[in-house]
Design a protein around this ligand. Structure first.
Ligand code: KG4
Ligand code: ZN
Length: 338
């Protein structure tokens, strides 16, 4: 059983031997829309209310009974502290009541593990690009649950998803910004505004990411005198093109640098249609195998946490202690926390 509550989605999933048996998801997103972003206290309260019904729905989806649950994995970090606490408490209570082991796991390792549910085990070595609301990182991954994960780069400021959310706000599009921009951009011209690709100069770090300057560039464009022929859809499409170009270019560079031929793209922004299509085109050209989970497994969910829990169980990992706590900011080094 995997439990996810790091942000605004209450997710519960069941995985056995790499196979997704069933899952369920509840979201408090509608309650945050009028604030333009996730309000931690509202998210935490919604997790409390949704937890038991979501567990029930996931059990039903998987056709399982409580006594068939063999272990419980939970996102112990990173994320919103108040939200994480709800999942950790629920996981501890469940593990204790069932008399089964508890595994605290890193949310980002869960994102990477989501891909194994559709494409099978990861190869011996691969590069993972994580593009979510809180993180933008390039990782060198050997064995996801055994070997320490090497960060090739992390964003210097905003995460890619954060940039989507902030730019959507600038353009008057609803939260969450990523799906809004993706939708609106379909009718826009991605070449209408040539936003400078961040950290792509010859003296910039080859794998570095930075999105706050791009967000400011969009703000300046929106505030300045505009070409009446260029509308919101064009600005959205141009911004999206810039982010896609940046993350895909750097991910392919990372594969070359590491000498690996598999790229895995995960996290909420991996649901973006242009990131997906551009990654497909460029990886095909570069002879790199691209793995991207289906959209519903890209954004936060319980199945991905069950997936990493299942890998830990099968690897014979030592369960986490009963004093497992929530860690709101913790770098991804090992898949297991606590
Ligand atoms: O991985 P995720 O569900 O939660 C975190 O762990 O952060 O990612 C959420 C982020 C949000 O910033 C959201 O705007 C973005 O992913 N996102 C997208 C799309 N769907 C979700 N960004 C671009 N295009 C999308 N289709
Ligand atoms: Zn996430």
């Amino acid at each position: 059983m995997g439990i996810e509550t790091s942000c605004d989605e209450t997710g519960v999933g069941f995985v056995k031997d790499g196979v997704l048996l069933g899952d369920a998801l509840a979201s408090s997103i509608d309650e945050h829309v009028r604030f333009g972003g996730v309000v931690p206290e509202i998210a935490a309260r919604a997790h409390v209310q949704a937890m038991v019904p979501t567990m029930r729905a996931a059990l039903d989806d998987a056709g399982l009974q409580w006594h068939e649950v063999g272990a419980v994995a939970v996102t112990a970090g990173p994320g919103l502290a108040t939200a994480l606490h709800v999942g950790v408490a629920a996981a501890k209570a469940t593990a204790l009541a069932l008399g089964v082991p508890l595994y605290g796991v890193h949310h980002l390792a869960g994102h990477a593990a989501a891909d194994t549910l559709v494409h099978g085990p990861l190869p011996d070595r691969c590069v993972v690009l994580i593009v979510s609301g809180g993180h933008t990182s390039l990782l060198a991954v050997d064995d996801l649950v055994r070997t320490p994960i090497v960060h090739l780069s992390d964003t210097l400021d905003d995460a890619a998803g954060e940039a989507f959310d902030k730019v959507a706000r600038l353009l008057g599009l609803p939260y969450p910004g990523g799906p809004s921009i993706d939708r609106v951009a379909r009718a826009g011209d991605p070449t209408a505004v040539r936003f400078t690709r961040p950290l792509m100069g010859p003296r910039d770090p080859a794998l570095g990411f930075s999105f706050s300057g791009l967000k400011s560039a969009v703000a300046r464009y929106v505030a300045g005198p505009q070409d009446p022929a260029i509308g919101t859809a064009d600005i959205a499409a141009s911004f999206q093109e810039c982010v896609a170009d940046t993350v895909v270019t750097k991910a392919i560079r990372a594969c070359r640098q590491e000498g690996v031929d598999t790229l895995v793209i995960v996290g909420g922004v991996a649901a973006n249609s242009r990131v997906r299509s551009m990654a497909e085109e460029r990886c095909a050209e570069a002879g790199i195998e691209l793995r991207v989970p289906p959209m519903r497994l890209c954004t936060d969910n319980g199945a991905m946490i069950a997936a990493i829990g299942d890998l830990l169980v099968r690897d014979g990992a030592t369960p986490s202690m009963a004093d497992l706590g929530a860690r709101s900011s913790v770098p991804l080094e090992l898949a297991q926390l606590g």
